[in-house]
Design a protein around this ligand. Sequence first.
Ligand SMILES: [Mn+2]
Length: 438
Amino acid sequence: MVPFKFIHTADLHLDSQFKGISGLSEGIRSFLRESTFAALEQLIRLAISQQVDFIVISGDVYDAKDSSLQAQLRFQEALDRLGDHGIRVYIIHGNHDPLDSPRMTTAKKEHVHVFGPEFERVTAFRRQDHRPVAVIGGISYPTAKVMDNTSLRFRRDKDQSLFHIALLHANVDGDPAHETYSPCTRQDLTETGYDYWALGHIHKRQILQESPYIVYPGNIQGRSIRETGAKGCYVVEVDEAGTVHMRFHELDAVRWCHETLPIDGLAGEEAFQQQVENRLQSIGSDGPDRMSVVRFVLTGRGPLHEKLEDGRAAEGLLHELHRKAIRIAAETGGCEGLVWVESFEIRSGPWLDREVLLQEDSFLGELLRYGRQAREEQSIRDDIYRRALDPLMASRELRKLLNETDDEEQAGWLDRAEELAMLLLAGHGEEGGGPNED
Ligand SMILES: [Mn+2]
């Protein structure tokens, strides 16, 4: 087999609007708005510096069906630059940019192949000597909603000696967090006999399987606090033996992250502010060339919780941090190294005084008193355990395991149950969520 090298990328979502973030200055907002284009620029530079033979783009080039003229022009310019370096591009369109989108008509580029709505297969050649190296199969979305399993249409070429790459925008194995377009299973993909499934749609980078390769490279630029961590593409090398070597390359200009901060040891607002500033410092120095957007997740229990709960501590600090970030961005005229705090998510709890709760005339107080009694009287303990464990005793293996537990272990159950009850009955924040839109 002739060795070759290509880039697998997907979900560029050019000109994403970043609507879900507020409080930004005009300068910071435009940096954010520019980030999908900045990531595209990095992609082009990488392709040129790595001297790849070709690039495959697995759908969602544009963020919206009615993509902006700017997005289209920037993408066409990127394609031209790749063409200048002899790098061919193979593209499928996905649910965000289906073939029926109203887009400007452009002159056909000789080095760019856009797959149509029916399954097609083309041969890819090595850049320097034009020797055939791979067969590339692909299907674009004709309209936004493709509900049938299009992976079943892929057929291998007669020339079995070439490496086979499949381009598909799909939800493999029905990931419930994402729209189930073009649903298919790993088994379906494996059975086609293709060597590398270059997927798009799910924005989280993942190699689902290695034989054959089934890969989501993720998007090249995170678009919200739900799309955290490094974003980029894979450079894939196929050697003489047909063995695949993959390397991930970061391309993002803005990185989103969650930062967990326990409040347990924090006495007051000053200590809290100091902790936050320290974290911001270290996030900033980790990524001096990019902007970071961070959501602090506050956990643990402590006296600070009360101030967080009524909005005083976090909101005031957030306001100050935003003001400072805006000033720095204006002074330096750039957002590289800047850390923007998206929000403080409060998942902490109050510092609980068990002794006080024990005296309380409440459900929790009663529960804790019952626990204390159970520790003193064996018969109450036995009664609690029996009622809790009876359903489990039906299984022989569980019965054996449970019969082996000693008094100390059982007392531990009671402690943990009380802790959990205190945590839940203190009643604080729930994790938000909803379907992701890829
Ligand atoms: Mn997408």
